[in-house]
Design a protein. Structure first.
Length: 86
């Protein structure tokens, strides 16, 4: 377990945030941690949608159960957090 900083580019938010996550976090947990800083502040919740994590540079959509340490992302890389149907 280690702190791992990422940049969150949350859908419909105009602010890119530096968010501390853990190397053991799943992508669902990363999305939740990023949502904490955007939903209810500058972004309206969409409870009928699922939050997904996508690599900003190449568009790779990460599996929801993939851990940060397995993803190959580097510290401070930008991740897109998206509302999706599933």
């Amino acid at each position: 377990m280690a702190l791992f900083p990422i940049h969150s580019n949350f859908e419909r938010d105009f602010v890119i945030q530096l968010v501390p996550v853990d190397t053991e976090d799943t992508m669902d947990q990363v999305a939740e941690k990023c949502a904490h800083h955007s939903i209810g502040r500058r972004v309206v919740a969409q409870p009928d949608k699922v939050l997904r994590v996508r690599h900003h540079e190449d568009g790779t959509l990460f599996p929801r159960d993939m851990k940060v340490e397995e993803s190959g992302i580097r510290p401070t890389e930008t991740l897109d957090i998206l509302f999706m149907d599933s």
